[in-house]
Ligand binder design. Structure first.
Ligand code: MG
Length: 378
């Protein structure tokens, strides 16, 4: 699964993770289910499998309309993808493990189920079934960016502005076609950034360190931040770029790390370079930062909608050494794989919850926010 990327480039652990404690997975799909604290009913393996099963129609739809595949073959290959992935899920559901010809032996986890889905697509010749919708959403979001930045600039209080920037990160993160609930929402309303930001669920959120973040950023200066970004469109353009710009205005250099290879509607590093160049041409702060090398884009080494921080690219390694802040954004990277990751430097995990099972685990609500601040432990 990750073997392909591992072979192609030497992936190494992010130097800031506390390796002895690190696990690339927040929720145990096998033994972490059943009766939870305070009598809560936690999702079972069957429920988690159902989360991935529910994603199949969206992937199948995108695969069946992927223009990079000859038209006569699209439908059949999309069907084969869906059938193969469904067969693996069924095995995992029934046996707790799967041995499918052509795939390695797997046990169920967030990372393995994400990786298998991408691998099933690639086996049918699909490289990037969300390419078209990503490009469309990037265009729409870039058109909205000047207005979003103007509104932020009108907020003179630093703390209030930072809170609005972070609310923008959560609102943007709703553009997630990997989760059935947000994919349905997107097909009805589009990304709808401003109304989403205005209607974010009331605090306290499922994980709510917003006050701590505002206080810490008031007294602490970071010299360099490494931001692992998530989705294309409003997520990265209207959520994460304004966060990068806020950091730049505070004198922090910013490195944006995006997927090396496509996964769902996550933005890739190649795509992000184009988006940042376009945004920089329209905005003085971003433009100057790009010119001066204070804002960079690097490939993360990743080909998943989640991330194992023990496997990052040489480009991330070479930039990460002097980073004193790490931000992991999105449900996959910030919540499902790294919520409890302890780093040697301060970290922020930011995302919106789009699976009710994740909400159950965190005792939160669907579309709740996760704003987790973890102080670095050198
Ligand atoms: Mg994503």
């Amino acid at each position: 699964m990750l073997a392909h990327a591992d072979r192609a480039i030497a992936l190494q652990p992010l130097p800031q993770i506390v390796l002895s404690e690190y696990q690339a997975g927040t929720f145990d799909y096998v033994s972490g289910s059943g009766d939870g604290p305070e009598g809560r009913n936690l999702p079972t393996l069957r429920d988690w499998i159902e989360v991935f099963r529910a994603s199949i129609p969206q992937f199948r739809h995108r695969a069946a309309t992927d223009i990079s595949i000859p038209e006569a073959e699209r439908k059949e290959r999309a069907t084969k993808f869906a059938q193969t992935y469904e067969a693996i899920l069924k095995q995992l559901e029934e046996n707790g493990e799967a041995d499918v010809p052509g795939f390695r032996h797997v046990t169920p986890s967030c990372i393995s189920l994400c990786a298998l889905r991408e691998e099933c697509l690639r086996k049918q010749g699909y490289e990037d079934v969300f390419a078209t919708v990503k490009a469309e959403e990037n265009e729409k979001a870039l058109a909205l960016l000047p207005g979003v930045l103007r509104d932020l600039d009108a907020i003179t209080d630093h703390s209030q502005r930072l809170e609005m920037v972070l609310r923008g990160v959560f609102a943007g993160n709703i553009f997630d076609l990997g989760a059935a609930s947000s994919a349905d929402l997107f097909s009805t309303n589009g990304a709808a950034f401003e109304s989403t930001r205005a209607n974010i669920l009331p605090r306290p959120w499922a994980v709510d360190d917003m006050d701590a973040v505002l206080q810490v950023w008031e007294r602490k200066h970071y010299s360099k931040a490494l931001l692992f970004v998530d989705n294309a469109g409003s997520d990265v353009v209207l959520g994460m770029l304004p966060l990068a710009r806020e950091l730049l205005q505070r004198g922090t250099a910013v490195v944006l790390a995006a997927n090396s290879r496509p996964a769902i509607n996550d933005i890739t590093a190649d795509e992000l370079r184009g988006v940042v160049a376009r945004a920089a041409a329209e905005d003085k702060i971003l433009g100057r930062a790009v010119d001066e090398g204070a804002l960079k884009v690097v490939p993360s080494g990743n080909d998943q909608p989640v991330i194992d921080l023990r496997k990052v690219s040489p480009e991330v390694i070479s930039e990460a050494g002097d980073a004193d802040l790490v931000v992991l954004e999105g449900m996959g990277r910030g919540i499902e794989t790294n919520l409890h990751a302890q780093l040697t430097v301060d970290s922020l995990k930011l995302g919106m919850i789009k699976h009710k099972e994740v909400a159950q685990m965190l005792n939160g609500r669907l579309y709740d926010c996760v704003c987790k601040y973890t102080e670095g432990r050198p």
